[in-house]
Design a protein around this ligand. Structure first.
Ligand SMILES: [Fe+2]
Ligand SMILES: [Fe+2]
Length: 247
């Protein structure tokens, strides 16, 4: 597989500029940050509310291969469960778009050079690593491959790709659905399974990783519901893993 010389997301300046207008419009519409939740916020452990929408089972089946890379078979289902919770807290969002984009967002990891995932994707300035841009692009390829055959419209497929493309490398969200996918992508790390898996990717022990979640990841969350869920989960995980003692 060839490696792009420049990040794909930056290849079309005109498209990037119009997309930045979307980000500005979203920021203007949702000026209060973290964005308050008009709906119910469930802060119980995520294992009590697994993802419930069985109509997505066919989509899961179509990406089983892609779930076998980089812990996606743990990361994606837990993130989807959080995405469903966030959609209940923000009922104005297109819930199907949030669910589908969350389910698919990291499937591109299965189509990049696996040896570079840890060496480049989780070290140094990892958000700007070329492999990050590649996994977003390959994730869009997966979405365009699997969604049409499952009855999703061309317009829906492209809206899904707009969220997948840039979900790690673009610093700002462009829509409420984009924001909820981003928060779901972060929330899974606060669960004990997320700490177990993600701490190893970053070469950190659980206590150090939990500290990083508090200092770096909670401030990145866009919605108040996600902040509340993350805070509750982190408290539970810190107690369970005895991070105050084992450090
Ligand atoms: Fe990603
Ligand atoms: Fe992710």
């Amino acid at each position: 597989m060839s490696t792009p010389k420049t990040p794909v997301a930056e290849a079309d300046p005109a498209a990037a500029e119009s997309m930045d207008a979307l980000a500005e419009s979203f920021a203007a519409e949702y000026g209060v940050r973290p964005v308050p939740a008009p709906g119910p916020v469930d802060t119980t452990a995520i294992c009590t509310t697994p993802a419930a929408h069985e109509e997505l089972d066919a989509l899961w089946k179509s990406v089983v291969h892609e779930t076998r890379t980089r812990g996606n078979d743990i990361h994606l289902p837990i993130s989807l469960a959080f995405a469903e919770r966030l959609c209940r807290a923000y009922p104005d969002a297109d819930a199907e778009l949030v669910r589908v984009s969350t389910l698919l967002h990291d499937t591109g990891w299965a189509h990049v050079d696996e040896s570079r995932i840890i060496s480049e994707g989780f070290k140094g300035d990892w958000r700007k690593a070329a492999i990050r841009y590649e996994h977003e692009q390959r994730g869009c390829d997966v979405a365009r491959r699997v969604l049409p055959g499952l009855g999703f419209s061309p317009a829906f497929v492209e809206r899904t790709c707009e969220i997948i493309d840039g979900h790690d490398t673009r610093p700002v969200a462009r829509s409420l659905e984009d924001a909820l996918m981003r928060d779901a992508d972060r929330l899974w790390r606060f669960d004990r399974a997320g700490i177990a898996l993600a701490s190893s990717w970053f070469g950190m022990d659980p206590a150090a990783y939990a500290d990083r979640l508090a200092s770096e990841i909670i401030p990145e969350l866009i919605t108040q519901a996600a902040v509340d869920m993350a805070t509750a989960d982190l408290n539970r995980s810190n107690c369970l893993l005895k991070t105050a003692v084992i450090r």
